[in-house]
Design a protein around this ligand. Structure first.
Ligand code: PMP
Length: 300
């Protein structure tokens, strides 16, 4: 059976899942989305993803014409119909069909679709050897202009950064904010690890505060919780490239990536140049968490 996509209350075959060229999601990137994962029949942090989706929509004054409970049911049903236990889930809500002007009030009905598919994993080498990333000239959107905390359909800022990284032979870009502080990567949050300050101390796990221009990542929060459970010193602190260059470990977090070690930034080797112990411990904890924590569903 062809992959079934939820589209405005119905399930249709992938080939039939089409939307209008007058949809403002397409014409203007006017809409919101979430990327979610399920692991062995458990949807990871579904409530948190729905909360973020509703918050993004609220800021855009886009009223989602269903409840969170109904959305949860639609997501789980889409997974069941497609018989997917390990999946990547994309939930999209656009402003809907309007005319060629910007006016969102002309769009009477939001378009809602849910795609569930097999998860495409990043190459194993990313995790075994670690990534080399590069700082790109495109700065992260100003929070006062398009706040990066809104997970909107307008990803050009990130795409420009991705193009610049790829032009330089790197898979991922480090994005700074307009003041030159570290913000995040194009689709992942960034963390650094510093060795304990004293022999009795614990490692420090640090990530930039989201108000500097980052998405409030669900994986980011899960990693902060896991790091605290390990009694690491977890802080949200302003950081520069210099801080990252001199960290003992750096890693990225995101729904698709989970945790990817970074071993080189702008030509500077990070720590030993290999994925670090803290990164690896947190990745193990994260894998355990995804197998125990989530909204359970059955197929067949
Ligand atoms: N930053 C950006 C810009 C993102 O698009 C994402 C999601 N891919 C993240 C960070 C990570 O967020 P999450 O852990 O919720 O997937």
């Amino acid at each position: 059976m062809a992959l079934q996509v939820y589209l405005n209350g119905k399930w249709v075959a992938k080939e039939e899942a089409k939307i209008s060229v007058f949809d403002h999601g397409l014409l203007y990137g006017d809409g919101v989305f979430e990327g979610i994962r399920s692991y062995q029949g458990l949807v990871f942090r579904l409530q948190e993803h729905l909360d973020r989706l509703w918050e993004s929509a609220h800021t855009l004054m886009l009223k989602i014409p269903m409840s969170k409970r109904e959305m949860e049911k639609a997501i789980v049903e889409t997974l069941r119909i497609n018989k997917l236990l390990d999946a990547y889930i994309r939930v999209v809500i656009t402003r809907g069909v309007g005319d060629l002007g910007l006016d969102p009030d002309k769009c009477k009905q939001p378009t809602i679709f849910i795609i569930t598919d097999k998860i495409v994993l990043y190459p194993k080498s990313f995790y075994q050897k670690g990534l080399e990333i590069i700082t790109v000239p495109t700065v992260r959107n100003l929070p006062e202009a398009v706040n990066p905390s809104i997970k909107s359909l307008n990803y050009l800022n990130n795409i420009l950064a991705k193009i610049e990284a790829k032009n330089s032979g790197c898979a991922e870009a480090l994005m700074l904010n307009h003041q030159g502080y570290v913000a995040e990567c194009t689709g992942d949050n960034v963390f650094m690890v510093k060795a304990p300050k004293s022999s009795k101390g614990m490692s420090q796990v640090v990530t930039p505060p989201v108000y500097l221009g980052a998405l409030k990542g669900i994986t980011r929060q899960a990693i902060m919780d896991l790091a605290e459970a390990r009694k690491y010193e977890v802080t949200e602190t302003i950081m520069t490239r210099h801080d990252l260059f001199n960290a003992d470990e750096v890693f990225l977090t995101g729904t698709a990536a989970e945790i990817i070690p970074v071993v080189k930034i702008d030509g500077r080797v990070i720590g030993t140049g290999k994925p670090g112990k803290v990164t690896e411990a947190l990745l193990r904890d994260f894998h355990r968490l995804t197998r125990t924590d989530g909204v359970r569903y059955k197929i067949g």
